[in-house]
Design a protein around this ligand. Structure first.
Ligand code: UT7
Length: 334
């Protein structure tokens, strides 16, 4: 029997209209456009404004665009997986809320949280369901309202993150396209460098946790930076070696967008040119689970069937990994 691969057959996205640029941020905390551009490489990020709006409002728009672009009826979706560290609420899962908003009625779904690697791990999970032969149409959506957990008085964290969502459709193929291989890792000893202290079962919300600002992101940036470079580079180079991919064979490297210096250092270790790397961090910042599909969405019109892509992430946990895939179609689906 022919091997079933899971191929991406479309990409949809949504970013909120409000742009928070470095000038505005410099009025909120003691920072500057020059510092942020030199140390992180972000010019602006999108922020979801409005009471009562959450990750599902972004995911909803991204999934609707995806279904419209691929001519897919909501009734035909089998599974929806939502990658997020900023779900609407602890439960029910944001995947369920998005299904309801989009009109996806014949599917099951759930959320996946692996820090900034959530989308990569969800893509791996979705591919396994496709390979089982039992499911034909799977939506993987990364949706984040990072602004809901960012302390806008903490200059070490607030320039980094932005809001956004993007989604892909996975379908089966027996051609040699789609997801070919993955290398995924978790090292829980890294959890002390990047976390949200309160709001979970260890430290439920209280007046004290709010006063101590423990519902915001805590990050010790330097060890995260060091591990991100080493681990993303190691895993991406390992993937290239495993599949005999030279720097020229690789059409695109799609890295998690956390810091321009991390992206450049990883690309250098892989021996690839900057022109082979998808980079949109300057426009959107770190949208956590949405960075990879936001890149695919922006570069879709340049992608061709058979292109070799390596997707790689690093995030809280620590979690990291790489997926090697062969792109399955030419150009933009709109
Ligand atoms: O997606 C999840 C994974 N996350 C990441 O990959 C993030 C990884 N880490 C990083 O990207 C970097 O560590 C940061 C961007 C977070 C920080 O950059 P850094 O070069 O590691 O700076 P630092 O934290 O070592 O701080 C250097 C200096 C400090 O001042 P002193 O102590 O040297 O006087 C900070 O107080 O820069 C200061 N600083 C700032 N200055 C102006 C920190 N944030 C700012 C700021 N504006 N926004």
């Amino acid at each position: 029997m022919a091997t079933i691969h899971a191929k991406i057959t479309g990409v949809g996205a949504y970013v909120p209209e409000y742009i928070l640029n470095n000038q505005e941020l410099s009025k909120m905390v003691d920072t500057s456009d020059e510092w942020i551009m030199t140390r992180i490489g972000i010019k602006e990020r999108r922020i979801l404004k409005g009471e009562g709006k959450g990750a599902s409002d972004l995911g909803d728009r991204a999934v609707k665009q995806l279904l419209q672009k691929t001519g897919t009826s909501p009734e035909d979706v089998d599974i929806l997986l939502c990658a997020s560290v900023t779900p609407d609420m602890q439960f029910p899962a944001t995947a369920n809320i998005i299904c309801d908003k989009v009109g996806i009625k014949n599917a099951f779904g759930y959320d996946i949280n692996a820090g900034c690697s959530s989308f990569l791990f969800a893509l791996s999970t979705g591919a396994k369901y496709i390979q089982s032969g039992q499911y034909k149409k799977i939506v993987i959506v990364g949706a984040e309202k990072m602004s809901s957990i960012v302390d806008y008085t903490d200059r070490a964290v607030c320039p980094i993150f932005g809001d956004g969502a993007a989604a892909v459709l996975l379908e089966p193929t027996t051609e040699n396209t789609g997801i070919i291989d993955e290398i995924l890792h978790v090292d829980g000893s890294g959890r002390k460098y990047l976390y949200q202290t309160a709001g979970g079962s260890v430290k439920p919300a209280s007046h004290e946790t709010i006063d101590a600002k423990e519902h915001f992101i805590f990050q010790d940036g330097r060890p995260v930076f060091k591990n991100a470079v080493a681990d993303m580079a190691d895993v991406s180079v390992e993937m290239m070696k495993k599949h005999n991919l030279s720097a020229e064979d690789l059409t695109w490297f799609v890295p998690h967008q956390a810091n321009m210096r991390i992206i450049e250092a990883v690309a250098k270790r892989m021996g690839i040119k900057k022109e082979q790397v998808m980079i949109n961090i300057q426009k959107y910042g770190n949208t956590t689970s949405a960075t990879l599909p936001l890149c695919l969405w922006e570069w879709e019109n340049k992608l061709k069937k058979g292109d070799n892509l390596i997707l790689s992430t690093f995030g809280a946990g620590f979690t990291w990994g790489a997926i090697y895939l062969k792109w399955a179609y030419d150009g933009n689906k709109i």
